[in-house]
Design a protein around this ligand. Structure first.
Ligand code: NDP
Length: 240
């Protein structure tokens, strides 16, 4: 297809699977990372996906990084705002720092990632914006007031961007994964994780590749009339 895709947090976990899938779809892919896991970034780079290090929570770094990606690879057609973190604590113990780190990365990070590429997409009359939200943004989660707020906010972002971009050939959609087998989930204590799995009707965690396939569909030409939508991929873990 010859398109250029940017995947934030594309060096490992769900983002790595997305980077690989978009590459397999024929796109030239840039994957970003924060710098916590250089080995994962090197491994991704070895597969022909160019990696870039910047903090998505910093607007100036994001803007400069995106300018470098476009200088190296060409204009970005597909942007996947995937980078995300957790800093869990029950609300009465949550610190302002835990709140701020998650807001900066998961919510402001989406603004910082999409805002610099938006004018180019409008000019070229094509763009695909895909934000990786979460089931916990749809239903809330004990210990995740900060995280759930950002992931619910992501849904507001894509619904608004969809309305602003529709006439310019840009779609903006969200994917809400349930629990996926990545380091983020494997870091949950084993006993708690087993309880979580017991609550998933599918009886298992999802695989990163299953989220990547949703992104691949939304990034493709066939999804041009899907705009402002949310794909939930959670093994039938319904919520009220
Ligand atoms: P991982 O922890 O496995 O990977 C996170 C990626 O994001 C890494 O590449 C990391 O870089 C990067 N990153 C983190 N903070 C920043 C930052 N400030 N600036 C730039 N890059 C950053 O995460 P997952 O693959 O599990 O999650 C990916 C997305 O999916 C997140 O948004 C998460 O909230 C969401 N999600 C995950 C679920 C799951 O079950 N795993 C469920 C629902 C949603 P580095 O390697 O340098 O740290």
């Amino acid at each position: 297809m010859g398109r250029v895709a940017l995947v934030t947090g594309g060096s490992r976990g769900i983002g790595e699977a997305i980077s690989k899938k978009l590459q397999a779809d024929g796109m030239t892919v840039a994957a970003t990372y924060a710098g916590n896991d250089e080995a994962a970034a090197k491994f991704t780079e070895a597969t022909g996906i160019k990696t870039y290090k910047w903090n998505v929570g910093d607007y100036d770094e994001s803007k400069a990084g995106i300018a470098q990606v476009e200088a190296d690879l060409g204009p970005i057609d597909v942007v996947v705002a995937n980078a995300g973190i957790t800093r869990d604590a029950p609300f009465h113990k949550m610190t302002p720092q835990q709140w701020k780190e998650v807001i900066d990365t998961n919510l402001t990070g989406v603004f910082n990632t999409v805002h610099p590429v938006w004018p180019g997409m409008r000019e070229r009359k094509f763009g695909r914006v895909i934000v990786i939200s979460s089931i916990n943004g749809q239903k809330g989660q004990f210990g995740q007031v900060n995280y759930a707020a950002t992931k619910a906010g992501d849904l507001g972002i894509v619904k608004s961007l969809a309305q602003e971009g529709a006439r310019a050939g840009i779609t903006a959609n969200a994917v809400c994964p349930g629990y996926i087998a990545t380091e983020m989930v494997m870091a949950i204590p084993e006993e708690v994780r087993q309880k979580i799995i017991a609550g998933i009707p599918a009886g298992r965690l999802g695989e990163p590749e299953e989220i990547a396939k949703c992104v691949s569909f939304l990034a493709g030409d066939d999804a041009g009339f899907i705009n402002g939508s949310t794909i939930s991929a959670n093994g039938a873990q319904f919520f009220v």
